[in-house]
Design a protein around this ligand. Structure first.
Ligand code: IPE
Ligand code: IPE
Ligand code: MG
Length: 254
């Protein structure tokens, strides 16, 4: 596999990484897909796919921290994932709590801020408590912001923002004319977080599945057939390398 800069892995790799560190995307968002198919292929229950998915996440968070990525948003549970059997949903919630309890000390010592986006009020109480605890503990940190998208849906988020703006119009603190892109961005779950530079989707599907609909207007996309539990730092490097070779024109010309 080619490394970060498209060269075969060799001793120069480290120097090359350092030399292009300024081109690291500021915000990486990942649709962590393919856990169920990964497990099925191995003749295992889907839930073991999710368990291995958590391990993949650990590795990628570490690598993003090391590369000085500023924001990492990961799609962990969508507003549509409630359609799954209750047993699978319960396992996903349990894995979230276990992940937070097990990893929080290490994440904190690495300077990671653990945030969340999505309507967490619909999650089991214990999940909400652990998410709030994790944020309270890590919010003074200055390192990577790990943004967990939970019960997150892009459309749900836009409705949430419009309701907030609507209330302000109703009570007279805003007028219709004050609605602009910034106002909408500032009222999303991702307020104060820059739009993702790159969206990575594992598992081979080429769709957004209701992820960051507003924010990804000009994000670069990168897909891989690699299923999430098999996603390693080398794959992340491939995605970053691809990103670094894109020409972002934002509708203009060069
Ligand atoms: C992603 O893997 C994890 C979640 C959506 C929670 P999937 O569970 O969707 O795995 P596949 O797509 O069925 O293989
Ligand atoms: C997207 O994956 C949601 C997450 C990764 C959390 P899905 O597996 O739910 O998406 P679809 O059903 O293939 O679109
Ligand atoms: Mg899937």
């Amino acid at each position: 596999m080619k490394n970060f800069f498209g060269f075969k892995d060799n001793k120069k790799n480290k120097i090359e990484i350092n030399s292009d560190i300024k081109n690291i995307p500021q915000h990486i968002a990942i649709i962590m897909d393919g856990n169920g198919r990964w497990a099925k292929r191995k003749g295992l229950p889907r839930t073991l796919g999710h368990k291995s998915g958590v391990e993949a996440l650990r590795g990628i968070v570490k690598e993003c921290s090391k590369l000085k990525v500023k924001y990492l948003t990961v799609y962990a549970f969508s507003t549509e994932n409630w359609k799954r059997p209750a047993q699978e949903v319960n396992v996903l919630m349990k894995l979230l709590v276990e992940y937070l309890k097990r990893e929080i000390e290490e994440l904190n010592s690495e300077g990671v801020v653990v945030k969340h986006i999505g309507d967490i009020s619909k999650l089991p109480e214990i999940c909400q408590q652990e998410l709030i605890k994790a944020y309270e503990k890590t919010k003074p940190n200055k390192g990577l912001v790990l943004n967990l998208a939970l019960n997150y849906g892009g459309r749900d988020e836009i409705i949430y923002a419009l309701k907030k703006i609507g209330k302000e119009i109703q009570n007279g603190s805003l007028t219709c004319n004050s609605i602009n892109e910034k106002l909408i961005s500032d009222n999303l779950y991702t307020a104060k977080i820059p739009d993702p530079d790159i969206i990575i989707r594992t598992g081979g599907e080429q769709r957004l599945s209701n992820f960051l609909l507003w924010q990804c207007a000009y994000s670069e996309f990168w897909y891989t057939n690699v299923k999430w539990p098999d996603f390693k730092k080398e794959h992340l490097h491939q995605a970053i390398y691809s990103y670094q070779n894109r020409d972002r024109r934002y509708g203009g010309i060069k």
